[in-house]
Design a protein around this ligand. Sequence first.
Ligand code: ZN
Length: 174
Amino acid sequence: MTTNHRDADRRSRVAAMIRLAGMELTDDEVARIEITDLGLGNLEAEGVQIATMVSTPRLAFKAIALFGGQTMPQHRHPVVGDDPGKEETIRVLSGECRLYVPGEDTLARGYVPGGKEDAYTVRNELVMRPGDQRTVEPGTWHWFQPGDDGMVVLSISTTARDTLDEFSDPAVVR
Ligand code: ZN
């Protein structure tokens, strides 16, 4: 995690968004907000901001914030040893969340980030609003994207091993 001024500024903006959405954070949680471009070098277009409230060997509870124009790249949570992979429920706190999962291509409100057709292959579009939630089964490809005003969602899951997540885009470095 870098600690330059730009990240500190972005962390403050993310904390404000999450608090405005109704999820209070401690100063320590704010200091630990993860900001990552996943090694793709274009944070405004592809990346994610994550506040972690709970992370134990058995479960995880996080708030994920995306700014308008930013997409969380397609990924899945694989089997790890005896663990069948992370089961993840996404529940919307604020904004519009377009969640993409396998199925018929119904992509209409959202878009595939420019030039990345090969990395966003599941395009069954679920347009979710505050109070909506959806459980993504382990091993299922998924990605999400906010409306123009950004979004905050809760990620409620079995244990998170983020560094082992698989991404469709071979350029991703987690
Ligand atoms: Zn996920």
